[in-house]
Design a protein around this ligand. Sequence first.
Ligand code: AMP
Length: 176
Amino acid sequence: MDLKAWVREVPDHPISGILFKDVTSVIGHPPAFRAAVDWYTNQVERVNPEILAAIDARGFVFAAPVADRLGIPMVLLRKTGKLPPPVVQVEYSLEYADASNLEARIGAVDAGQRVAVIDDLLATGGTAVAASKLVEELGGTVVAHVFLIELAYLNGRARVLDHDAKCEVLANVVYD
Ligand code: AMP
């Protein structure tokens, strides 16, 4: 299935100049959602992680069924203030916002665990690098970042690989 056909484009959201890619239209159409989860599952299976790290909030939607299908645990990387202590925190910026924070529960990843990070979309890569830093703080190793959508013109892939050249960056729908 061509999943690009199910991504709704919303100009000037959440701020002027941003072309927002809305994945709720993928989630809301069962065959498209099934195809997306199938794709994520295949990509994740290939890199053989021991645990998934899902990014708040759309990453949760795609990661949960993959964790269930593969029978592996999932850790939530959440926006600040959502998780009870003890947490580790990393500051980052993303395409349409500066100075956000991502947090994870201390102890959520075991030392040396292979981690696949799941999010819906790769833009500038700021969020993905923050996720990598959090996983590293917890003692894990990121083996892949998996996205449904990549905005290739923002060069997020290069930023992620600059942080860690060994991890894989995988995306289904790419906008050049
Ligand atoms: P970035 O850190 O710039 O790679 O931004 C990625 C994060 O912000 C992801 O969690 C996306 O859900 C969200 N995001 C950034 N840009 C967009 C966009 N144009 N459309 C939809 N979501 C976006």
